[in-house]
Structure formats: structure tokens, C-alpha cells
Design a binder for this molecule. Sequence first.
Ligand code: FAD
Length: 433
Amino acid sequence: MDTNSGLDVRYPGDPGFDEARRVWNAMIDHRPAVVVRCRDAADVVAALALARRDGLEVGVRCGGHSVVGHGVPDGGLMIDLTSMGAVRVDPGRRRAFVQGGALLGALDAATQPYGLATTAGNVSHTGVGGLTLGGGMGWLARQYGLTCDNVVSFEVVTAAGDVVRAAADERPELYWALRGGGGNFGVVTEFELRLHEVGTRALGVELDFPVSGAVPVVERWRDLAGDAPRAATYTAGVHDGVVTLGLVWVGDPATGRAHAQVLDTLGEPAARRVDELSYLELQTREDSARGHAVRRYWKGHYVRDLTRAAIEALLATEPGVRAGLQAYGGAIADVPDDETAFSQRQTRFEYVAATGWTDLDEDAARMSAARASAARMEPFASGVYVNALSDDGAAGVRRAYPPEKLARLTAVKAGYDPDNVFHLNQNIEPAAT
Ligand code: FAD
């Protein structure tokens, strides 16, 4: 540990070094040369200066949930934001001030005592940083928009080491790019988020059906999803011969139950689960199923038309793979497409084929099963969520953004990071100048 500079710098063998480089996906074993545990924006500035001085590649780590381990450089300098996990709430102004290394659980825990919340993802150990910069899909998005739609301002450390603010009235191009363009434009040290009065209650409904003969059942579920109120987010999952159809409701559970009666028209399920739970329980209920220390792989798509053929492809998900659909629409689609870098707002469903295992010998088979499942869905895909990309490279980035948005993003990148210092991400290369 180097204390001379006042920076908390850790080298291989130092206490905490291995914990810092360990991420959610157990397949990732990246070994930085240096980890700088930042406590504030000034530390981030100093860390960037150190990387520049020593010619080190830079990685920025928040929740560590990038499935390909983008937060952790192999041999470079890791800007570790995990000590910057604080969330301050101003209930009167309905704002949360969230440090750049915070996890979603900290955000929800800080806001719920006031009955407030903003859109966050479905697993509480995910980082606010990566999730928000890519978009941020969660159970509140159909009511209040994506997480990025709720960012009032960002505090950012740029590649040049300047600490700047981006908001609607200040550096609007940067503000535009940070809402969906990922970690390409700087290190966000604080997110100012808009909060909403969502209360503290929720409801989850899941019905299991055998996949054989399920095509008309999924068609009916799709049609119901299209007409659903914004408090409801319809979900579907296929895993080892079972299709689970249902919804998540955020708000008064009695109203949710009344709405969920429409699911009775799907027919008699093999199993039915109806859970009344607190919003905080909803936000953590997938935490262990999608926990750490498991080898992981996924492939994603956006699906605009869930046609009969697309449903057949979904139902043909390979064994060992869990394919899921989560409905978009509502407030997500209200925002004009050119208002943020986030794209594909008119999509109806987000699809992800994911698999998790622990035995190294299964690596190849598991990954190819997820790829095969997603390949069947590809003909029906209209693009992809940048945070659902994995090892897709530049082709994936071109699927995440339409050409005109990518051109605008590369121009912003050229202004704020012309040397592509921040390239350990789904990378947007700077436009040639
Ligand atoms: P990290 O690996 O720490 O970072 C990911 C990328 O973001 C890296 O390139 C990193 O450099 C950059 N980055 C992170 N923080 C900052 C920052 N402060 N400033 C600049 N760059 C930064 N997505 C959803 O939208 N909704 C969900 O419900 C959802 N659920 C998920 C559940 C699980 C279990 C997992 C693994 C992922 C989930 N995702 C979800 C996808 C998630 O949004 C992405 O994996 C996201 O990149 C994770 O961000 P992170 O900060 O945890 O990861």
C-alpha cells in the first residue's frame, strides 16, 4: 500500500488486492498491476494521473457485474470505486445523491424509508454505475422510465482529469451521451437521481406451464403484456422444459391481484406462485439465484415483435440455459428516441439467454448452449441492450445503437476522451479528427 501520495494504492499481494479484483462472474480472473481505492473525485483524478504517468491501461470498477469483467484491467490500473458507495437522500426535493461506486441495494435502502424509489435493476448487488450509464431497466421503468431517464445530473472526472458536471443545462452533449452510452466518457463520481413516491409494496405472480403446447399460451401472455397497466411488468422465462409466465406489480398489492386475474385466461398452470412482498424484498429476491462465485455467460436481444415463430424459438431454449423476457413500453417509450444515447425505446421485450455453472469442464458446452439459444432468437431481434452485451465486440456495439446515434456518440467521445483512455467497456471509439 502506498500511503506517501495519500492515495490508497494496492499492489498484488497487498491486503484487499484479491478481493478488489474479484467480480461477479467467476470466469473472470483479471490481474491488475495496481488497484487504487478511490474515496472521492480527487482520488479519481490522482489515479488517472498515475495511470498516465506509468502508461497503464485504465479500468473502472463499480459493482463488478460486467459479465466479461470490463471493470478490471489485466495488467493495468483499476480505479476501484467500491469505497464510494454512499447514498444521500433529500426527501423534500425527491433527490438521491449516489456516489459512483454504490450498489443498487444501497440506493433502495436509502430511499425506501421515505416510501420513495427510482428505477433500479432487479438484483441488489449490481452497481448503480454500470447499470445507469447503460440505461437501467427495472420494475419501475414502465412507470418512471429507465434509471438513466431519472438522472438529473452527473459529476464526472474526464480523461483529462477535470471534474465537471453534466446536466440538461450544462454540457448537454455529455449529459446526452452518459444516458445510455456506458462508461466511455469519464468516471462518474456522483449521480443525482430523481425519486418517486412508489410506496413500499409489491406483488409477483408466476405461472408454470410445460413448454410442449405452450405456443398459444405465450401468445395470449404477449397480448396481455401489450395492454398492461404501467404498474405491471410482464415477465416470461424458459428453463429445462418449463415456461414461467407472469408479472411483477409495484404498488398496492390488492390492485395488482385484481389485475393479475387476467392471467387466468392463460389456462390451468402446472404451478402457481403469488407473492405479496415489500418493494425491498422484491429488489433482493433474485440476489441468491443470481449470486457471485458462479461461472456465467449470457447473450441478449431486443425483440419488437414476439411472433409465433419467435415464441417457438424461445420455447426451444437449450437445456441448462434460462431464457427470459421482460416487457418494456410505458414510460420507457414515452421518451423521444433522440433524447438520450439509450436506443431501442420502442422495443417490446428484452431477451436474455443466461447460464451459470461451477465445473470448469462445462465452460464450452454451457457457452455454446447459450449462444445456440440466442441464435434461434436472432432472426426476431431488433437490436440489443448495451448492458446485455457480452463478448460481442464492436459488432455488438453496432447492434446497440443505430448508425446516427453511434456517429453522435463517437463525436462526443472525441471531445471528452480522444485517446480512448476509457476503452474497457462496450467501446465507442472516438471519431477521427
Ligand atoms: P462493473 O463491471 O463495475 O462496470 C461495468 C462497466 O461500467 C465497466 O465498463 C465500467 O468501467 C463502467 N462503470 C461502472 N461504474 C462506472 C462509473 N461510476 N463511471 C464510469 N464508468 C463506470 N441491467 C439492467 O438494466 N437491469 C437489471 O435488472 C439488471 N440485472 C442484472 C443482474 C445481474 C446479476 C447482473 C450481473 C447484471 C444485471 N444487469 C442489469 C446488467 C448490468 O446493468 C450490467 O452488467 C452493468 O454493466 C453492471 O454494472 P456494474 O457497475 O455492476 O459493473
